[in-house]
Design a protein around this ligand. Structure first.
Ligand code: HEM
Length: 419
């Protein structure tokens, strides 16, 4: 079925429309018949999960805006009003707040899947780079969204993060004043953050469109990492992967709704239930959990400017990752040394997250420094060198060979008499 480019439609209305705007042909070719490697595992369902999360955030966000007031005197109360008075308001608000966290859980899994299977390598470099742009846009959107309820952490988080720009030589102070729209975080700041928080998700949609477009040019990678031979190694996207993705999406949503209904505040900060007060600084200002590793990198360096540079560099470095990794082999399954490094990187990132949540003092700062150093060494030194010196395991000649070899191994094991 895969690979068709023209269809005969029996429905006359569809036929009429499609001959004028071949949208049905496009959907059929790109979303139904699209040849997809037959060995994709569940880590490949996170793209679909992410698309679902984006839609949930958009819908809940648009409903929230119907009742929210972006003004310093009313923002906090309007969110309380949504939670208490608006029909289903509590669920919609909690779905949006926890949805942001789950969006980030999914994106981190999606990115680490890419790192493990070398999804960023040729011919998927642009696909990966658009992904990094998506990640940046998500971070900006999440940051500005968190300011909107105008709680204590919203206000002080905004102050700390925008103040980072004051570290830029010569123009720093002017940039911060420009970002704030005045001489402090105030109504002008809240209103511009609201405006951008509404705008950016649509930029995100455009970036996701480009991302999926690039994906459909290069085709999916796969866990084995060898090129697919069309026909022999592929199945049509529908029904095989539509059903698998749907199942994964539903399981993921079970967890999300578990939080929304049973522990809606677990991922938030209690202090954000106190209205913003510029005269009372909270004892401990921490960002949302999904920014913690980057916050730890920022604070690990004693110099403010260098800290800001390191924090941004830790994300921007991902843009050039396809050229930093010199190995010809994509999947970590066939790269034993890289696999070890990958798991160390996972632990390093989790460790940075833990450090980011602690006060910047004593052993936590030392731990953050060591982990930050490892993070940069991983990308700038270990990856380029490893590709040159590592001996990968022999690759199967096709994904069919790899699938059949696994099946043969299973049936041999089953045929062996138990000892
Ligand atoms: C809203 C956010 C995102 C959405 C909706 C999205 C969507 C998708 C979808 C539907 C796929 C195909 C299925 C799959 O492989 O899971 C995919 C693949 C991919 N995505 Fe994303 N993505 C997002 C963010 C990102 C980010 C942040 C990165 C990296 C920084 C990234 C990198 C990739 C790569 C490299 C592939 C190809 C994987 C392969 O086939 O080997 N994506 N994405």
């Amino acid at each position: 079925m895969s690979g068709h480019s023209s269809y005969e439609f029996s429905n006359p209305v569809v036929k009429w429309l499609d001959s004028r705007l071949p949208i049905v042909t496009m959907v059929k070719a790109q979303a139904m018949d699209f040849p997809t490697p037959k060995n994709l595992n569940y880590w490949w369902t996170f793209g679909g999960i992410l698309a679902t999360m984006l839609v949930i955030q958009l819908i809940t966000g648009i409903v929230l805006v119907m009742h929210y007031t972006p003004h310093v005197d009313m923002a906090f109360d309007s969110v309380e009003h949504i939670r208490r008075d608006v029909n289903y308001g509590n669920i919609i608000q909690k779905l949006h707040a926890n949805g942001a966290s789950f969006f980030f859980i999914a994106v981190y899994i999606h990115m680490f899947r890419g790192l493990y299977y070398g999804s960023y390598k040729a011919p998927r470099e642009v696909l990966w780079m658009i992904g990094v742009a998506i990640f940046l846009a998500m971070m900006a959107t999440g940051f500005m969204g968190y300011v909107l309820p105008w709680g204590q952490m919203s206000f002080w988080g905004a102050k700390v993060i925008t103040n980072l720009f004051s570290a830029i030589p010569f123009f720093g102070e002017a940039i911060v004043t420009w970002l704030w729209g005045g001489f402090s975080v105030d109504n002008a700041t809240l209103q511009r953050f609201f405006s951008l928080h509404y705008l950016l998700p649509f930029v995100l949609c455009a970036l996701v469109f480009l991302h999926v477009w690039a994906l459909h040019v290069s085709g999916n990678g796969n866990p084995v990492g060898v090129e697919v031979k069309s026909g022999q190694d592929t199945v049509s996207f529908h029904p095989y992967y539509t059903m698998k993705d749907l199942f994964a999406i539903l399981v993921f949503l079970l967890f999300l709704f578990g939080f929304v209904f049973f522990s809606p505040d677990y991922l938030g900060h209690p202090i954000n239930y106190v209205e913003a007060n510029p005269l009372v600084t909270p004892a401990h200002i921490v960002p949302e959990w999904y920014y913690l590793p980057f916050y730890a990198i920022l604070r690990s360096i004693p110099d403010k400017l260098l800290g800001v540079v390191a924090m941004f560099a830790s994300i921007l470095i991902l843009f050039i990752l396809p050229w930093l990794d010199t190995s010809k082999v994509r999947s970590a399954t066939y790269r034993p040394r890289y696999r070890q490094l990958f798991w160390i990187l996972v632990v390093v990132c989790l460790g940075l997250g833990v450090c980011g949540a602690q006060p910047a003092e004593g052993g936590w700062v030392i731990a953050s420094r060591i982990l930050t150093a490892w993070y940069f060494l991983h990308f700038l030194v270990f990856l380029p060198l490893l590709g040159l010196f590592e001996t990968p395991k022999p690759l199967p000649s096709s994904i069919s060979e790899s699938v059949l070899a696994k099946q043969a191994a299973k049936s041999t094991a089953a045929a062996q008499p138990a000892e």
